[in-house]
Design a protein. Structure first.
Length: 87
């Protein structure tokens, strides 16, 4: 199991539960995320995590759509099989 360590300030090390990422944001972006977090009643960290998760889902959808389009182009001129015909 992966553990990242941080200090408590007294030379005592404690494992963090999740990996961390430090990111620098432009002030308007930071303020927007802060407003969204406040609106939702959650921390900045949780809001950023949720936004990253949503962005990754969108990226995955775009990639899968590209795969589907490529497959559509390779279908021969014949009528594709229905789901019933496959089984």
């Amino acid at each position: 199991m992966f553990h990242k360590w941080h200090t408590t300030g007294e030379n005592e090390k404690m494992p963090t539960k999740s990996p961390r990422i430090n990111v620098v944001l432009e002030r308007p972006l930071y303020q927007t995320i802060a407003r969204l977090a406040s609106r939702d009643g959650i921390s900045l960290s949780l809001k950023v995590r949720d936004l990253v998760r949503e962005a990754l889902e969108i990226e995955e959808d775009i990639a899968l759509a590209g795969i589907a389009e490529a497959r559509e182009r390779t279908i021969s001129g014949t009528q594709p099989l229905s789901h019933d015909e496959v089984w």
